[in-house]
Each structure stands twice: as structure tokens, then as C-alpha cells.
Design a protein around this ligand. Structure first.
Ligand SMILES: [Zn+2]
Length: 274
């Protein structure tokens, strides 16, 4: 069966950490173009299609890159504009951030955008109102929920597989596509992207992918372009955040290639026919 590949298209300095605050007025080294071109070449070589959740900032700076991704047959979705955590925003600020990012990307590709993913999985118990706004803005699906709990994100009460969320007693038509986990000792354990993907050995990741497939669902793999880029400039972070941010960067591309060789991948809209 096919699995799902997703890329959060943002720069090396966009992660939400306490110790590194991105200043929109400063100039930073551009890494996104070469990293994305590398990903596109790998996906092409392995006949994989993906969903790219494009940050508005990146779309504004590199419209040609977004056109190239779309021309290669991948789905373009949005990751919002400025990569701020939703639960630190008001609903009005969130709505403005997402609608401006959606419009920007739609103008670049000449097509409507169906999907949204929050910065750092920040639809949590504190920000469930975001679902209603996404529906209002015309999104077909959301892929922002991680059914685990961490210091930065998580909605442990979420189902593990796609569902229509209820908000204020009303079932929404928006489809929530939660991030993949495996069930071990009655716990949801993440494995399919970001830090977890960089930290775990390939045989274990492959086993988890197969376990999710055995339950009748695709695994949703997620990565950022910076995760295959050992040459990126290093941010000054605390030990904990540095570990989460940089651990396993050197081996990540190789592991991605192993996964691409073994499993077939498509985009979210491709898989669910949205
Ligand atoms: Zn992000």
C-alpha cells in the first residue's frame, strides 16, 4: 500500500525554539532552494509524490521554487505565513496569517490550496478554535494534530487516524489528518518524522511503517528541508533544544533514501482523493 510523504517547506531558522528568535528585518543565509532541489531530485528518482506545506515567507522569497515543486506533480498546501505557534495567537491574528499565506501560494500556482499544517503541530487543547477558522477559510483538510504530548505540542485525546473533528458540538466538514504513531503499551509513539525520524534507526522506522499499514492506514512521513542539510549554519540553542534540532542530521538523507527505496509514497490529496 502507498504511504504519504509531507515536507514542511521552511528555512533552517524558522523552528519555534525559545533561544532563537527569527528577526524578519535581518538577512539570513538561504538554504531552502538547494535543499528543496535535492529533495525533488530524490522524489523524482524514486517516483514519490509529496505534499509540500509551504510557509508564506518562503513563497514570498522564492515563488519560482513553489512553481517548480507544483510542476513536478507534488501537492502544494500551506504552513501559514510567519511560523508563529497558534496557541500564542489570537483567532483574528491566526486567521490573517493563514488567509494571507493561502492567497499568496494560490496566486503563485494558479490553483486552490486544500490543506494546512500548523507550525510545530500547534493545534492543541488550547487552540481547537483554529479548526473552525480553517473550515471558514475553505480548507478541505488539516494535518496539524499530533496525538501525543510534548512540552511544545500535542493533542493526546485525538484519534490516531483521519476524522472530522467536532467543535462546539458541531461536526466539521474539515478532515483532520493526524500525524502517524504506533501503539506500544497503550501509548502513542511517534516515529515518522522530524526528530523521531532522525533519532531512530532505519529498521525500526520500517517496522513502524509496516505496523501502521497493517492497521489499514498510510504512514504520514514528515521532514523539513534543513533535516537533510548538515552544512546549515548553527543556531545558538540550549543543550536540549540543540539536541532536538540537530541530532541525526548527518544520517537523515541516507535514511530517507532507504525509506524511499522500500516504500511507495504519494501526497495527502492524492491518497484521499480530496
Ligand atoms: Zn514548521
Amino acid at each position: 500500500m502507498k504511504n504519504i510523504l509531507t515536507i514542511d517547506l521552511e528555512e533552517w531558522f524558522h523552528a519555534n525554539y525559545h533561544d532563537a528568535v527569527f528577526d524578519p528585518l535581518k538577512t539570513y543565509e538561504v538554504r531552502i532552494v538547494q535543499n528543496t532541489e535535492r529533495l525533488l531530485a530524490l522524489f523524482n528518482e524514486h517516483q514519490a509524490k509529496a505534499t509540500f506545506f509551504v510557509l508564506g515567507y518562503v513563497a514570498r522569497e522564492h515563488p519560482q521554487l513553489i512553481q517548480d515543486i507544483a510542476a513536478a506533480g507534488h501537492e502544494i498546501a500551506t504552513h501559514g505565513y510567519a511560523h508563529q505557534l497558534i496557541y500564542q495567537q489570537t483567532p483574528a491574528v491566526f486567521k490573517e496569517d493563514v488567509s494571507s499565506a493561502k492567497k499568496l501560494v494560490e496566486d503563485i500556482i494558479g490553483k486552490s490550496v486544500k490543506g494546512y499544517r500548523a507550525p510545530s503541530w500547534s493545534i492543541t487543547a488550547k487552540s481547537l478554535w483554529a479548526w473552525e477558522i480553517l473550515e471558514e477559510l475553505g480548507f478541505v483538510y488539516d494535518a496539524s494534530v499530533f496525538p501525543i504530548e510534548t512540552y511544545l505540542y500535542g493533542l493526546p485525546s485525538s484519534p490516531r487516524f483521519p476524522y472530522h473533528p467536532e467543535y462546539k458540538g458541531k461536526k466539521l466538514s474539515l478532515l483532520e489528518v493526524p500525524s502517524s504513531t504506533v501503539r506500544i503499551l497503550n501509548k502513542n509513539i511517534p516515529f515518522a518524522g522530524g526528530f523521531y525520524f532522525r533519532a531512530l534507526p532505519y529498521p525500526l522506522i520500517a517496522q513502524c511503517l509496516k505496523a501502521v499499514n497493517k492497521e489499514g492506514h498510510p504512514t504520514i512521513v514528515y521532514l523539513h528541508p534543513r533535516e537533510i542539510d548538515p552544512g546549515q549554519p548553527r543556531l545558538t540553542l540550549s543543550r536540549k533544544e540543540s539536541f532536538i534540532h540537530y541530532y541525526g542530521i548527518n544520517g537523515c538523507e541516507k535514511k530517507l533514501i532507504q525509506v524511499l527505496r522500500k516504500f511507495e509514497f504519494t501526497s495527502i490529496d492524492g491518497y484521499y482523493g480530496l
